[in-house]
Design a binder for this molecule. Structure first.
Ligand SMILES: C[S@@+](CC[C@H](N)C(=O)[O-])C[C@H]1O[C@@H](n2cnc3c(N)ncnc32)[C@H](O)[C@@H]1O
Length: 371
C-alpha cells in the first residue's frame, strides 16, 4: 500500500486494503468514472486517500477537528524538495518560551526541555492565521504531529505509546518504572526522516487530480448538512464501536499541538447497544439521503463484548433494514467478514490473540434503490 497512508497513526483506523477492496469492486471494475466517495466517520482519512489514489474525488467528514487536520493536510502534497527547503527555513530556536504551570505538568514528562522548545516554536508557526492553509506547513505539521510520542528514537518523546497520547501521570509512572528520562531529540531531523519515508513512492497524477476536488466537513454524521441529496456514489466507513474508543482523550496531545484543546466536539461514545443502534439508524438514514440511487454504503463494524456476551454489531444494523430514506430505500445487500489472526493492540495490552478485542472486520454492504 502507498506509504502516504501511514504518515500518521490513528486509533481504530482500518487498513487501506479495506476501502481499496470496495472501491475496486464497486467503482473501478464496473468502470464508474467521476464517482464521488464519502467517509462520514473519516478518522485519519484512509478512505479518502485510497479513493484519490484510484482517481476518485472524495468527501471526508468527521466531528473531531484533529481528524479533519490529519486528512486535509494530505489533500495537496507538495513535492519533497520543496518540503525539505521549507522545513530547513523554519527557525525552531527563535523563541525561548516560558511554560505555563499546566504545560509543565502536561508536557515535561514526555519531552526534554530543548526538544519542547523546538516543538513550541513549530506549533507557534503552524497556528499563525496566515499559515493555516499553507500546504507545505500543513504537511510538515501532520508529519510533526505523527512524531510527537512513540516508542523509538524516531519520535520526539521519551519512550511512550505511539497511537494514543497517554496521560502525563501514566508517562511519569512509565519513566519511573523504566528508569528513563526524556533525552534531547532534534525535531527537524525526525520530521525530515519521516517525510522522506512517507514520500518515497511517487504519488500517481490521478491522486492530485482527484484530491484537488476533495471536501472536508465537520458534521455529526447524523446531519451531513453541506452534502447534497444523491450526490455520493460510494460510502466506505467505520463508525465508533460500542464504548471502545475515546478519541478525544486518546488525541489530547495532538489536540493541544493543533490548538484545539478547548474544543469539545461531542463525539459519539456509548456503551449502550440500544443508544448505539439509535445513533446508527440516524446515521444510516443520512447516508441514504446523500447516496445516489444505485450507490452503495459499506459499513465496517466488529464484534463487541456486551455484558460478557459477544455481539456482532451488523445484526443490530440489519434490524433497521430495509429503510425508507430521502429518494428511495436502503437495503442490506451483502456481508463481508475478514477474519484476523491477531487482536488489534494485542502486543501493547498483552491481550492473547483472538481472545479479547475486535478480531474481525465485518463489512455490511447497503444498496440504495429508488423503490
Ligand atoms: C473508527 S474511527 C474511523 C477510523 C477511520 N476508518 C480511519 O481509517 O482512520 C471513527 C471516527 O468517528 C468519529 N466520530 C465519533 N462520533 C462521531 C459523530 N457523531 N459524527 C461524526 N464522526 C464521529 C471519531 O472522531 C473517529 O474519527
Amino acid at each position: 500500500m502507498q506509504p502516504i497512508h501511514y504518515t500518521v497513526s490513528y486509533r481504530a483506523s482500518f487498513k487501506p486494503e479495506l476501502p481499496d477492496f470496495f472501491i475496486r469492486k464497486y467503482l473501478v471494475e464496473p468502470g464508474k468514472k467521476g464517482s464521488i466517495v464519502l467517509d462520514p466517520f473519516g478518522g485519519r482519512g484512509t478512505t479518502v486517500i485510497q479513493a484519490n489514489l484510484h482517481g476518485y474525488s472524495a468527501i471526508h467528514n468527521d466531528l473531531n477537528p484533529v481528524s479533519i487536520f490529519l486528512a486535509s493536510a494530505r489533500k495537496s502534497i507538495p513535492p519533497l524538495p520543496e518540503l525539505i527547503g521549507r522545513l530547513e527555513s523554519l527557525d525552531l530556536k527563535k523563541q525561548r518560551f516560558s511554560l505555563t504551570k499546566s504545560e509543565t505538568q502536561k508536557l515535561t514528562p514526555f519531552f526534554h526541555p530543548d526538544t519542547l522548545q523546538e516543538i513550541l516554536n513549530l506549533r507557534k508557526i503552524l497556528l499563525e492565521e496566515k499559515n493555516k492553509d499553507d500546504p507545505e506547513l500543513k504537511y510538515i505539521g501532520v508529519t510533526a504531529l505523527s512524531r510527537l510520542h512513540g516508542h523509538s528514537d524516531g519520535f520526539f518523546s521519551v519512550y511512550s505509546f505511539p497511537q494514543i497520547s497517554i496521560l502525563p501521570s501514566a508517562q511519569l509512572k512509565n519513566n519511573r518504572v523504566r528508569g528513563i528520562q526524556p533525552e534531547y531529540r532534534n525535531v527537524k531531523d525526525r520530521i525530515l526522516k519521516k517525510m522522506k519515508k512517507d514520500l518515497s513512492v511517487t504519488l500517481p497524477p490521478e491522486f492530485y487530480r482527484a484530491s484537488k476536488k476533495n471536501h472536508y466537513t465537520m458534521h455529526d454524521a447524523r446531519r451531513l448538512d453541506s452534502i447534497k441529496d444523491g450526490s455520493v456514489n460510494l460510502v466506505v466507513t467505520s463508525p465508533p464501536f460500542l464504548n471502545k474508543v475515546d478519541y478525544l482523550t486518546d488525541n489530547w496531545m495532538r489536540s493541544w499541538f493543533l490548538g484545539f484543546e478547548n474544543q469539545d466536539p461531542k463525539l459519539t461514545v456509548t456503551a449502550s447497544l440500544s443508544e448505539w443502534s439509535d445513533f446508527m439508524r440516524d446515521s444510516m438514514r443520512e447516508i441514504g439521503r446523500v447516496l445516489a440511487p444505485g450507490g452503495r454504503a459499506v459499513i465496517e463494524v466488529g464484534e463487541v463484548d456486551v455484558g460478557g456476551r459477544d455481539e456482532n454489531l451488523e445484526e443490530s444494523l440489519l434490524k433497521d433494514l430495509p429503510m425508507k430514506v430521502d429518494g428511495g430505500f436502503l437495503r442490506g445487500e451483502e456481508l463481508y467478514i475478514n477474519l484476523q489472526n491477531f487482536t488489534k493492540l494485542a502486543n501493547c495490552w498483552e491481550v492473547k490473540n483472538n481472545l479479547r478485542g475486535t478480531n474481525t472486520n465485518r463489512c455490511l454492504v447497503l444498496l440504495k434503490s429508488r423503490r
